[in-house]
Design a protein around this ligand. Sequence first.
Ligand code: AMP
Length: 437
Amino acid sequence: MVNKKDSTKKSGGNKFLLQAPKGMHDILPSAWGWWEKVEKSVKELADFYSFAKIETPILEHAQLFEKGVGAETDIVEKEMYLLKTKGGDVLALRPECTAAVMRAYMEHRLGQQMQPRRLYYEGPMFRHENPQSGRYREFHQVGFEILGGQNDPLYDAQLILVFHELFKSLKIKNLRLHLNSIGCRICRPLYKKQLQNYYRDYEKDLCKNCERRLKTNILRLLDCKEEKCLELKKNAPNFLDKLCHGCTTHFKGVLEYLDELQITYVLDNQLVRGLDYYSRTVFEFILTDGSFGTLAGGGRYDYLAELLGGHQIPAVGCAMGMERVVETMRIQEIPPLSRPAKKVFLVHVGDMAKRKSFKFAHDLFEAGIPVREALGKESLKAQMKMANREGMKLALILGQKEIFEHNIIIRDLETGLQESVAMDKAVKEIKERLKGK
Ligand code: AMP
C-alpha cells in the first residue's frame, strides 16, 4: 500500500498527482544544456588524459560497500538503500562508485592490460540522507580513478589536475582546493591514539554523534560541523606533524607537482573525508561562497583492494557531484551549452501537404539540413508566426497547389522574397540559399 501523503500532491481539483520520491528529482529539458556542457568537458578531458569509460551496475552486493567504504561510516551505517532478492542476496543501490570500480578492476583483471589503468564513470548514486539544498537521495557523480602501477604522487597530482582543468573549462569561480594527508597503516594508528587522548578530556562536551565516533571512527571527529565540536577541533593535534617518513615524502611529492603546475591549494589538517578506504592524500574542491560546500572530493585509496579481498593495489580517485556543479553554474550565470540554431521552417497547408511535408522533412534530415516543423498545427498563420518568432531564415511552404505542381515555395524570412522551386531541385536550392545565412 502506497503512503498517499508521501507520494502525491493535491492538484487543481480534488485529484492527487503522484510525485517523485523525496530527495529524488527529474532533470528537465530546460536543465540539459548545463548537464551536456559538463559532460562534454568531462569527455574531452578524459580523452586527452587517456581515461577510458567504465560503467558498473547500479545494484551491487551490499558487502562491497560494507567492506570497502566501511561498516561504521554514515554512508553504510545509515544511508544505504538495501533490498533482498528472491534468492536471498542483499543488494545495495550504490552509494558511491569507487568500490565498484575497484571490484570491476579486480574481477576483470584490468590491471593485466595496462598499468596504471585510468578509468572514469558517470551515473546515479543513492544515499538516504536528509534532503536539502545541494543534497539529494539520488544524485549523479562523475568520477576519475587511476588504479594500479606505482604508488606515485604524480598520479595524485594528475587527478587533481584533471578536476582543476574541468572546473577551469567550465569557468566555475570561487573554488578552493583543500588538501591533507591522512597517513598510512604505520602513522595513522599513532595519530588516532593522540586524537583519542586529546578528545577524551572533552568527551562530555562532544555532540552525540562524535561521542559515539570517539570509539568507532575517531578521525570523523575532525569532520563534524556541530558548533561545540568545531571549537574543540581548533586545538586538536595536527596530522601533518605526525606523518611517518614515507607519507611525508609522498605528500611533499604531491605538493611539488602541484607547485610545478601552479595549482594553488590550502593545506587543511582537518580534512579527513568520510570513507574508510582513504590513505595518504585526501582533497576536496570547496566553494568559498559557502553555497554547497564541496563540489568534488577524493584521495588515495591504496588499501581498498585488500579490504575487498585482493592484494594491495595503489589507487587514487575523485568524484564530483553533477547536481551541485550544474546548480553552481546557474548561480554563477555560466551559460549552458547552446545548440546550433535551426534555420529552416517547414510550413504545410492541408492534409495532403501534411503527409508530403512529413516525408520532405525526412529528405532534409538525410541531406543534413536541420529543419523545424509544426506538423501538428494546421493554420498557416500560426506556423508562420512560429517560424518568425524562432528567428528562422527560410520558410518552406507546401500547400495544395504546390503538391499538384510538384513545387515548394522557398520564402526568405529576412527579405520577405519568395519563389516557387521544383520539388526535385529543392534540397540543392535550400543548401545554396543557406550559405552565408
Ligand atoms: P563523496 O562521494 O561523498 O566524496 O562526494 C563526492 C561529491 O559528490 C561531493 O563533493 C558532492 O558534490 C557530491 N555529493 C555527495 N553526496 C551528495 C548528495 N547527497 N547530493 C548531491 N551531491 C552529493
